[in-house]
Write a protein that binds this ligand. Structure first.
Ligand code: PLP
Length: 399
């Protein structure tokens, strides 16, 4: 936390984030190198094409590929990549989008990859004027289904790597690439949260897309990297539908700095600090009635473990979601990772902690579990009511 916490000035709660890199919570702690670059460039004029040329060389080096540029977000990169695959370098087509008349306009994507990262991925594809062609079923994708979905109108094949996607029954990436490439279709990989900047391009992706503001600790932005003609075609969209997804000089300079810092980051040291937090929480939770704590690796094999905290309400005297809501309340709110909480568990993600916060999380966990234990009744509010309450709160913003 900064010495002067701007959150107090703005009347915001001083939340502690153990949910991961969530856009709704401000994504990540921006690394000092990126903070410095952002503030250094804000007062200057620059030639954006040149700044993006510099970004291209840095992205190309880190991703071991031909070219790249910085976008407003990974979501923007999805739309721009698809648009570029449709228009190529035809500037009149760039200006006609999202009218796709006369262009290849179909985009194939496995049904099990059609997830929401806060917005539906297929909407990001359709924004370019493309039609989404789902392949297979929610939990199954077979070779013939991808092959059969590709037509003369197919502009691109989108592959999503994420904990959100169905993790079984899908086509392996290598097979996806082989089938698409055999039919001349470029492969775009949404790897927004993946630490490995090279593996998908090395395995045949034509474009790989990342977020700047997740594991990299950059400012809000995205990275579009890969084969030069497709990168260029995507870049040209800045004179078309990309205008409303504009990244500023600060986003570009900050992302360059975050990438350069990533090259020199003490990855082992950071992992050790994260593991220290997990061990502390394991100790705090040991022997608590109704609580089962386990350490789990990241589902997409990022070098990151999380603590899975499962709650037996009868023994703990509280449900998982009521515990999460109590942790999120009070003067030191702790926001947990609750994607699967209806199953009675949530995660604690140690990748976004300031010094001292792991200990506060431990105290808060201990206090809330002891308080529930001391209650004579099981704290069990309706899960459906919780969901509806969250939806109502969103729909009544800004009230
Ligand atoms: C976070 C995420 C996105 C969106 O990234 P932004 O940079 O926040 O727009 C897209 N796809 C996946 C798989 C994500 O995890």
């Amino acid at each position: 936390m900064n010495e002067i916490d701007i959150r107090a000035q703005l009347g915001l709660r001083p939340i502690i984030n153990v949910s991961g890199t969530m856009t709704a919570l401000g994504a990540s702690i921006v690394v000092p190198e990126a903070v410095a670059a952002v503030s250094a460039i804000l007062g200057e004029f620059v030639e954006i094409d040149d700044l993006q040329r510099k970004a291209s060389t840095v992205i190309a080096r880190l991703c071991a590929t031909e070219a790249g540029f910085v976008t407003a977000s990974c979501a923007a990169a999805i739309t721009l990549a698809v648009a570029g695959a449709m228009t190529g370098d035809d500037l009149s087509a760039v200006e006609r989008l999202p009218d796709a008349t006369g262009l290849k306009h179909e985009v194939v994507i496995l049904a099990g990859h059609m997830v929401s990262y806060g917005a539906p991925i297929e909407q990001g594809i359709r924004l370019a004027g493309a039609s989404v062609v789902p392949v297979g079923q929610a939990t199954s994708a077979r070779h013939h289904q991808l092959a059969g979905a590709i037509t003369a109108n197919t502009a691109a094949a989108v592959f999503v790597v994420s904990h959100h996607v169905v993790q079984y029954g899908m086509l392996p990436f290598a097979d996806f690439v082989e089938i698409a490439h055999a039919r001349g279709v470029p492969v775009i990989v949404d790897a927004a949260s993946e630490y490995d900047l090279r593996c998908f391009l090395a395995a045949g992706a034509d474009l790989a897309l990342y977020s700047s503001h997740k594991f990299l600790g950059g400012p809000t932005g995205g990275i579009l990297a890969g084969r030069k003609p497709l990168v260029r075609a995507a870049y040209l969209q800045n004179g078309g539908i990309g205008r409303g997804m504009k990244v500023g000089k600060e986003g570009i300079a900050g992302t360059i700095a975050a990438l350069q810092a990533w090259e020199h980051r003490d990855h082992a040291g950071i992992r050790a600090t994260e593991n220290g937090a997990l061990e502390l929480w394991m100790t705090t939770l040991a022997g608590r009635p109704g609580i089962t704590a386990t350490i789990e690796p990241d589902p997409t094999a990022n070098p990151l473990d999380r603590l899975r905290l499962a709650v037996d309400p009868a023994a703990a005297h509280i449900t998982a979601w009521d515990l999460a809501d109590r942790l999120a309340a009070g003067p030191r709110p702790v926001i947990v990772r609750d994607h699967e909480i209806e199953h009675g568990f949530f995660y604690l993600d140690p990748c976004n902690l300031h010094p001292g916060e792991a200990a506060i999380v431990a105290t808060r966990l201990g206090d809330e579990l002891a308080r529930a234990q001391a209650s004579n009744e099981v704290v069990a509010t309706s899960f459906t009511e919780r969901r509806l309450r969250q939806a109502r709160r969103r729909q009544s913003w800004p009230d």
